[in-house]
Design a protein around this ligand. Structure first.
Ligand SMILES: *Cc1c(COP(=O)(O)O)cnc(C)c1O
Length: 353
């Protein structure tokens, strides 16, 4: 730390992204990327946009908002494209939270929420899960302050039904409710249609997991015109050209090819369910994930040992060093071939153990 850092940030605990090692080729199952490449139309669009990189990108991202509006079934004025959905979370915390009222979220969820709360000095209300890791939506009724819920949740993959989300919205009419739908395309029900009915709902989406664009950094906030106008003002006061020209072009082309991506999501979901079945046969406890990852534990081997021994065999998974989930690993769902290799390696590790 330099002696110049604001005292406000002296205790900041930064987000730690999953490792991206370059020392050898891994089967990479640790950061929930898509195992499938972008569609050919996306590659062509990026190449064409690259020819105009001397010009600024469109700060209103109008074509991209129109393309998103068609697929999401809302008006373009209800959408703010962002530089990865982490950016819309940041904007929302900046816009709607302050140090006098807490921000609520499940005690086990996406690690970025406590980081942002720390960044803005917000009191946190971390709401415990049930012992089986499910979120009890009744714990979120009538909170009277902002809240954020990932649906499906991470790293468990478990989801709430739309009726439960709607009850939360109805029971917190005067507070923003952020529903983080990073994984919704893999098998949960989206709250997007509710954005027309509830002015307090902000849905966040990302193209990092379902649309093979993690490296391009593209996400969206979707909500009422008023919410999006506030968030756009924050965007314009932070980084008006937040989504670069190649990424905007990639996003338009990806929405145009949405069928290709939805097919990929269905393939990933099928691979997930087949892998879960085989891992349960091997004695793993596996949550009922609706996302593109599995959250697993084996009674005979520690979470750390499994993580390390898979890594020695060239397979990277995500292990979180926090007490309550020490025995677990989160495994992204790759291609059937990659998951075949994972199951074989796990079987070998268990036999040798
Ligand atoms: C991956 C992830 C995000 C952020 O994704 P971006 O790459 O920033 O778009 C947001 N929320 C959850 C729950 C995630 O897992």
């Amino acid at each position: 730390m330099s002696r110049f850092l604001s005292s406000r940030l002296a205790t900041l605990e930064a987000y730690v992204p999953g490792e991206q090692p370059r020392d050898r080729r891994y089967i990479k199952l640790n950061t929930n990327e898509s195992p499938y490449p972008p569609s050919p139309a996306v590659l062509r669009a990026v190449e064409e946009a690259a020819g105009s990189l001397n010009l600024y990108s469109d700060p209103t991202a109008l074509r991209l908002r129109r393309a998103a509006a068609d697929v999401y079934g809302v008006d373009p004025e209800m959408i703010l494209p962002v530089n990865g959905s982490d950016e819309i979370l940041n904007f929302a915390f900046m816009a709607f939270c302050d140090s006098r009222t807490p921000i609520a979220y499940p005690a086990l969820s996406y690690g970025f929420y406590p980081v942002l709360a720390g960044l803005y000095g917000l009191p946190r209300q971390e709401i415990p899960l049930r012992p089986d890791f499910t979120v009890d939506h009744r714990d979120y009724l009538g909170l009277g302050h902002p809240l954020v819920i990932a649906n499906p949740n991470a790293p468990t993959g478990l989801c709430l039904g739309l009726w439960e989300i709607e009850e939360i919205l109805r029971a917190n009419p005067d507070s923003p409710v952020i529903v983080d739908e990073a994984y919704v395309d893999f098998g949960a029900e989206s709250a997007l249609p509710l954005t027309k009915k509830y002015g307090n709902l902000l849905v966040t989406r990302t193209f990092s997991k379902s649309h093979s664009l993690a490296g391009a950094r593209l996400g969206f906030g979707v909500g009422s015109r008023e919410l999006i106008a506030d968030l756009t003002a924050v965007k314009d006061s932070t980084n008006p050209y937040n989504v670069n020209a190649m990424t905007q072009a990639a996003g338009v082309a990806a929405f145009g090819d949405n069928g290709y991506y939805m097919d990929n999501c269905r393939a990933v979901a099928a691979t997930r369910d087949e892998t879960a079945r085989r891992m349960r046969e091997m004695g793993f406890a596996v949550t009922d994930s609706r996302a593109n990852f599995l959250f697993v534990r084996h009674p005979e081997i520690s979470g750390t040992a499994l993580y390390e021994q898979l890594r020695d065999r060239g397979i990277l998974v995500r292990h979180f060093s926090r007490g309550d989930i020490e025995e677990y690993n989160r495994i992204s769902v790759g291609t059937p071939e990659q998951m075949e290799a994972l199951v074989a390696a796990a079987g070998e590790i268990l036999r040798k153990h």
